[in-house]
Design a binder for this molecule. Sequence first.
Ligand code: SAH
Length: 281
Amino acid sequence: MDTIKREKLDSIGFKFSKAMGQNFLTDSNIPEKTVRLSNIDQSCGVLEIGPGIGALTLPLSAVAGKVVAVELDEKLLPILSDTFAHCENVEFVAGDILKLDVSQLLKDKFVDFRYCVCANLPYNITSPILTKLIDSDLFEQVTVMVQREVARRMCALPGTSDYSAFSVFINYHTEPTILFDVPPECFIPRPKVYSSVVLMRTRTEKRLSKADEGHFFRIVRAAFGQRRKTLVNALYAAFGSKMTKADIMDIIMFCGFDPRIRGETLGIEEFIKISKQFQLT
Ligand code: SAH
């Protein structure tokens, strides 16, 4: 971090907040590479979450049509406004991304732009943020820096130890790729974990209707709810009040699977096949 920024933080007596997941990037190469590999250009309206003191906002503003950055910590806003006073395509919004009406925000702030996300996320709320952004189905692509283990889970394939209901969720909606890893030395304060930058391109053709997705994800979450159990037992643990174990076993076998399979070996198509046979009323 350059001395001017450090001085600005010191001048307001800034203390890094763990609760707000504050680890600021100090190495300008990382945000520049993130922006370059995300292929962001003038046609993009970029939503950034948690700009901090603007390490990523700066290279974003150089290439994007417009950047809107939502920051929870109001103490950072004067520093941000000051640093970006001459950047006409950058706007800061004070608020909590989990409480904001994102659809309304995009409508208000971006006209005629392709919606994108690019952010170094507060790691303690990675899953709720990604669930909200991806569920909204508003973005063409989402680039985020997250904890490395979370990145591995987001991109995991069936049958691997990182594969989870979250992997199915991410892979159902997007095509995720890990762009690169980032060591703790690139941040102040240094986090205990490694980080990774993940690019997710939203799938334009969904395999289920919006109405069927809720049902599908209930089955997926149930299948992973009891990891060391067979799929039959995991689904029975979740839906036993509605179905007998024999009913569940019949469905699994009707779908062409061995009744002893485990949920974590199944891909999206296989889960879709099973969820279509499940009638939960
Ligand atoms: N992007 C910056 C900072 C990353 S640290 C950089 O790379 O240097 C995470 C940032 O998210 C912090 O600025 C923190 O204040 C902010 N933040 C934490 N919770 C938030 C929330 N719910 N909504 C918006 N911003 C949040």
